[in-house]
Design a protein around this ligand. Structure first.
Ligand code: ADP
Ligand code: MG
Length: 317
């Protein structure tokens, strides 16, 4: 018998999208972007995202502190809101808790979640709590809102656009690698356990009309960029040597959980956007390639020459 998961994570999401496409109507944009968009009218919209963290799939409870896990659970959701170009405004938290959590564990988890909530003034407005027979599961829903003209979707990349990332890639993947290899003193492990969502950067990039498409990097550039290419039906050329990283490039492009933003910017405005981003945030917006017309394929170039590495991003199955 064929396994229900054999179609892969994205095949399954496509099936769900097809089956439920009949119910989405005007003023709603559903499955396929970092967040769904629900129009409020008067030129504003809500955005909504939900992300689950499952023990043994997304984290190893023996290694991550409850504080960091609480922080990270919200961080990965705020990252998806930021990727739409608007500010987060509320969250919901659901927990399935196994027996045997040590005393103080939940308190520390909530402190981590609270620390990030305070930082961006995002109230926790609800959720659900239940027990679990096997492992801890955390599900967070985050809401954001902003002006329609600030919303950045994956489908809006245009030929000629310059591709940018907001920061260094691969530190988190190196941290996971070191953790699994038992190098527990690695300086990359805390980065893997404590991602910072690019909330202010996302809101700022959202306010720039020259920014066309945007998404956050959760599964690795090699996988995530392909979502922009398919949604916009364009091709991309990425210069491998321009990718900001201090780890082997394969980890930087195929490892996940960087939570930097990836965006495409109108070429003639790109130098100004780059300059203003640097003035605003005190660090560069890194150009890594460009969007060109054509089938949605990702071309890697090294010193100008096309190369064909076998780089794939992370998938959950
Ligand atoms: P991200 O990494 O940005 O959180 P995902 O790769 O998890 O995005 O999901 C891609 C898209 O598919 C999103 O729009 C998400 O809402 C949607 N999606 C994922 N799983 C499901 C599901 N079980 N039911 C409906 N939509 C889903
Ligand atoms: Mg995302």
């Amino acid at each position: 018998m064929k396994d229900a998961l054999s179609q892969g994570e994205f095949g399954l999401i496509d099936q769900i999208r097809r089956q439920f496409g009949d119910l989405t109507h005007e003023g709603m944009t559903g499955i396929g972007d970092d967040c769904a968009i629900l129009s409020q009218g008067h030129g504003r919209s809500w955005v909504v995202t939900t992300d689950m963290l499952v023990e043994e799939v997304h984290f190893l409870r023996a290694y991550i502190s409850p504080f960091d896990l609480g922080y990270k659970s919200l961080a990965v959701n705020l990252s998806d809101v930021a990727a739409m170009g608007v500010a987060p405004c509320a969250s919901f938290l659901s927990l399935a808790l196994p027996a045997g959590l040590p005393e103080g564990w939940i308190e520390a988890f909530l402190e981590g979640y609270h620390a990030l909530s305070v930082r961006y003034n995002v109230p926790l407005l609800g959720g659900d709590t239940t027990s679990s027979r096997d492992g801890l599961s955390i599900s967070v829903t985050a809401l954001g809102q902003g002006e329609d003209t600030h919303l950045k979707c994956r489908k809006d990349a245009r030929p000629g656009d310059i591709l940018f990332v907001t920061g260094r890639l691969g530190d988190s993947a190196q941290g996971l690698h070191d953790l699994l290899d038992g190098r527990l003193d690695s300086p990359f492990i805390p980065i893997h356990h404590h991602p910072e969502p690019a909330v202010e950067e996302g809101v700022w990039l959202g306010s720039q009309s020259a920014v066309h498409a945007m998404m956050d990097l959760s599964d690795g550039l090699a996988s995530d960029l392909r979502h922009i290419l398919k949604a916009s039906w364009v091709k991309a050329e990425v210069s491998v040597e321009k990718i900001p990283t201090r780890v082997p490039v394969e980890l930087a492009v195929a490892g996940g959980e960087d939570y930097q933003l990836l965006c495409t910017v109108e070429a003639q405005d790109a130098p100004l956007v780059q300059q203003q981003f640097e003035a605003r945030f005190g660090r560069p917006l890194y150009p890594i390639g460009r969007i060109v017309e054509g089938e949605p394929v990702l071309i890697w170039r090294q010193k100008g020459q096309e190369i064909h590495p076998d780089w794939k991003g992370f998938t959950h199955f």
